[in-house]
Ligand binder design. Structure first.
Ligand code: PLP
Length: 415
């Protein structure tokens, strides 16, 4: 016998759970692309027009970055060989961290940056690490209800490791948050928020949050995964766009979205970064990202900060304006968003899946986003723009969406 009774039970449970997801139209499917990430994607042997990546500036397939990656490989090899505190920390990481800190130095006094292999890891490290600054049971975390899963998991881990108390808040109700903070007697308070909400595209009220953080002696952790590179005159992100400065800000940026490569960073005043290097478990116990990636990212930051980055952001903003002015649905709901994330709410899983299927047949790649990524009953198409899209590409999509809305509504009324 190779299969124990336990293993058999586990397989049975897995099969039942997966069947259950399928019956609720919640089963997800991987699709493998055969081409680089760009506005056109070769998938299942067909070329689709993609409006679903987070490659907002269109850098993921940029020739200068491809060259930088090859150069980085020549210079540093392909692997780092160890974690940062053993021997994996390269001069390429060090240079990148200096560049990243310089992007935020007008917004965070004494800014220092720490590079991570992913945003998920950066968020786990920052939240659990900061929660450990105070004795067990004396940290309060305030986390926005619509925060990204990696923030949610960071908060849950902090609750388990440090007995931090966790309170969820609605990021549109600052008075309610004010009342909660006012009544809080714990010694360390941490507010955790997405800079740009990843499934709605709206911005966090960071100025109001910072005011509360100052009033009640709290730290403010902002995850700017969708703002870094895309927001602000120089692409430095939401702190530049909102023109705020404080040594209470813990800024997280990710580098696999607008920056076009992969990785993430935490930027905060020097002392907090020093603490995370000492006590941030996911940072300490994980192999350093290949230095060639850091080398590539340095080039990406040069592009973001320079004239080409400005031009790419201007193109992105033009696309956002066209969408706001010209996309009119008869029944479907657009969400007010001034970013490259433009969701269309369809409600049921069935409608969202049908719209995504019709889009696929029309040559577009825009998957249906369903719970638990978004709240129940708010399944949607999450449409995203890249600076590599032209105005004509977008107008074609608008015409296609108008036709598809009619088809989906017709089908619903005939059932
Ligand atoms: C994508 C994303 C992350 C995770 O970053 P990765 O580098 O992809 O792990 C974290 N936060 C938000 C808001 C995101 O959208």
């Amino acid at each position: 016998m190779t299969n124990s009774a336990n293993t058999f039970k586990a397989i049975q449970l897995a099969q039942e759970q997966i069947a259950d997801l399928e019956s609720q139209l919640l089963k997800r499917k991987l699709r493998a692309t055969e081409s680089p990430c760009d506005t056109k994607s070769l998938v299942d042997g067909r070329e689709l027009k993609a409006f679903c990546s987070n490659d907002y500036l269109g850098l993921a397939n940029h020739s200068a970055l491809i060259k930088a990656l090859a150069e980085g490989g020549e210079k540093y090899g392909v692997g780092s060989g160890a974690s940062h505190l053993i021997s994996g920390h390269s001069i390429a990481h060090e240079l990148l961290e200096k560049q990243l800190a310089s992007f935020q130095e007008q917004h965070i006094p004494n800014a220092r940056a720490l590079f991570f292999s992913t945003g998920y890891l950066a968020n786990l490290t920052a939240i659990t690490g900061l929660a450990r600054l105070a004795p067990e049971g004396s940290t309060s975390i305030y986390s926005a209800k619509l925060n990204h899963a990696s923030l949610i998991d960071g908060v849950r881990l902090a609750a388990a490791q440090s007995k931090a108390s966790v309170t969820l808040f609605d990021h549109t109700q600052m008075n309610a948050l004010n009342e909660l903070l006012k009544a809080d007697q714990r010694s360390l308070k941490l507010i955790v928020i997405d800079g740009v909400f990843s499934m709605d595209g709206d911005l966090a009220p960071v100025k109001a949050l910072l005011k509360l953080a100052e009033q009640y002696d709290a730290l403010l952790l902002i995850d700017d995964a969708h703002g870094f590179g895309a927001l602000g005159n120089h692409g430095h992100g939401i702190l530049e766009q909102e023109n705020i400065c404080s040594d209470r800000i813990i800024y997280i940026g990710t580098l696999g979205k607008a920056a076009g490569v992969s990785g993430a960073f935490v930027c905060a005043q020097e002392t907090f970064i020093e603490w995370l290097i000492q006590k941030g478990r996911p940072f300490i116990y994980s192999t350093a990202t290949p230095p060639a990636i850091a080398h590539t990212l340095s080039k990406s930051l040069e592009i973001i900060n320079g004239a080409e980055g400005s031009n790419r952001r201007a193109q992105l903003n033009q696309l956002i304006r066209i969408w706001q002015d010209e996309m009119h649905f008869s029944q479907w709901e657009k969400v007010p968003s001034c970013t490259a994330i433009q969701p269309v709410i369809l409600g049921s899983n069935a409608n969202a899946l049908l719209a995504a299927k019709l889009l696929d047949e029309a040559g577009y790649w825009i998957p249906a986003i369903r719970p638990p990524t978004v709240p129940q009953g708010s399944s949607r198409l999450r449409i995203t723009f890249s600076a590599n899209h032209s105005a004509a590409d977008l107008r074609q999509l608008i015409a296609t969406l108008n036709a598809i809305e009619k088809q989906v509504i017709n089908k619903a009324t005939h059932e």
